[in-house]
Design a protein around this ligand. Sequence first.
Ligand code: GLA
Length: 723
Amino acid sequence: MRHVESDDRPERPTLVILAAGQSTRFGRAKQLEPVGPGGGSLLEYAVYDALRAGFGHFVLVVRERQRDEFEARLRPMRGAGISLSLACQRLVHPDLVPLAPPGRVRPWGTGFAVLAAATSLRRRGAFAVCNADDFYGRVAYERLAHALAAPPPGIRAFAVTYSLADTLSAFGGVSRGLCEEQPDGTLLRMTEGLDLRLDGAAQPTGEGADASAVRPDVVGCTPSGAAIRVGADSQACMGLWGFFPDILPLLSRRFESFLAASPGIDDEFYLSETVSNLVVAERTRCGLVPAGKGWKGVTFPGDHEGVAVSLRQLTDAGAYPVDLWTPHVHAEPVRSAQASLFGPPQALPGGVATAPGRINLIGEHIDYNGLPVLPMALDRHIHLEFEALAHATVELEGDSAHGPFAFRLDRAAESAPAGHWSNYVRAAARGLLDHGVELRRGIRGTVTGTVPVAEGLSSSSALVVASALALLHANEEQVEALELAALLARAERHVGVQGGGMDQAASLCGQEGHALRIDFEPLRVTPVPVPEGWRWIIASSLTRAEKAGAVRELYNERRAQCAEALERVGRTSWLEVMEADQAEFATILAGAQKSLPLTLSRRFRHVATEGRRVIEAERALRGENMSAFGRLMNASHASLRDDFGVSTPALDEIVGVARDAGAAGARLTGAGFGGCAVALCGADEAKAVIEALIDGFYAPRGGVGRRALFVADASNGAIVTSE
Ligand code: GLA
């Protein structure tokens, strides 16, 4: 568990509220339904109770199309100073589900919803998960907070339980997680009970019947149809759980197995079933936290009234204010929030810096020659979740392949061994310091990401950009975007690749729905709209283009060859070559072929013709002439393959398969030597192109990897969201 600085009490836990359900049975979106006397929804009561129990952060998992509605409803809570973020649950997930199975509409289930919130959770300590449409009661959150603050050794999860009889509905059968307990008080197994109701036949009747003596059993069935009969006092889990972040990799693994088993179109990955499986199959220990009687929920429309009456009674009794979020009322729960259990909130600025990778549509290996290029920012990001430190060190951790590191900002210029990921963060710090930015505060945080690494999609520049933004934010400093892009491009060269300035500018200046024409000398970014109805398909060649390795030498060699070729034909800039009219351009090219050695003449031809293709491609994009754009992509690939020598047989094959399947054009993207190709196709052709790639390229190589194949959208540039 993470601890706050200078205080060995654990950080306040986070509450993840699952609010992405479809509410089919209830008939309308019930998560925001007003239930309390002041119009509060059940999820607002959950936040209110959890806040009083000591929870410090809230993550709401919602559906994308509900996002705005939730944002509007959350405003009063944010206004009351509550740390709250939204996570969207989609059918695709960059790491886990690159493509939604055809026909799938139903969300993947509660276990997957927790994974959708994972980015906001990894850096934090303990967290709880609850459903937005249940009322668990203050006692439940208090007991869970206590359990999370001091878990018995070996416990990785907690299930809050209620007496089953108190969770039934008078309006119909309900589904509940029925818990069986081990002698040590932990969960033995959980069975999903469906259509549970009191056994009507055994209802005590007649005068003088002693209800407690003959309390009827609860009957129902299992998902496979087997009959269930259990005592009314059995423990039922209502979806309130406690976890530590180490549960997340276990959940991802289980979800991968769920997907690998080709689930039916409506099958869901349930959190309760998954925890139960972890307990049974992997001996994960899950403590049980009985929470008494306080649960109330809305399963059927008829339940609504009962919950509303209870909330009115609780409000009248002084348990809740009528309006949950008026500032003077809110101050009380925050002040009294279990100060002894959890450390104080952090005062220094923190947040999440999010920077996209990029896909270059056309204009390869010409940015460092000062010629315009045409990339777009990708909807895949590096996230750096950070808190500012009072001292000037950087302490970051990543995933299993990117272990923790720390360095002092006054020693940012000292590099770690070649290939170590900290060098990109050091480069960002060094760039800012060289630029005169005063970095008195450091950062501590976690880096996660959805940009495939070493695939030619600029994960490294996205990391540089995210690091710089986090450092600037922590120090309450600002640098204008283009200036920042330019200084970061220079700084990243300290890592060893003598790159141009495309990647950092694309990551910082991306615009949704737009490609970016980027000019250099001086740096300028001009968004160019991408016409509707076209798709960019990204396909990995399954060979990493590791810039810290051999690729570095090959890349730097190309850069040097370009400079030499230009000098040997007696020119001082490539822009000057671009200014030539058609006839003069042909003469320059012919002259270069004659005067230069073969390799240099080929490099020359690539840069000169690619520069022209970018200008034509921009024109094609603006004129919505996407077939012309596709042809230019094809020509670009041929030039990169034959003249620039940066393609590979696998990239050539992908490009060929995509074009044969109907793509308007395809080419390698990024520096080459492995990495990805990008194919352009009409929305109607996308499916056929993807299937052709799966069958023609990936199937013979063992199938599509997790990150191998996806459709990219042009997204916005990097941002920092404050906590
Ligand atoms: C890498 C570099 C860029 C650019 C491309 C090739 O991504 O970082 O500056 O040169 O290769 O176009």
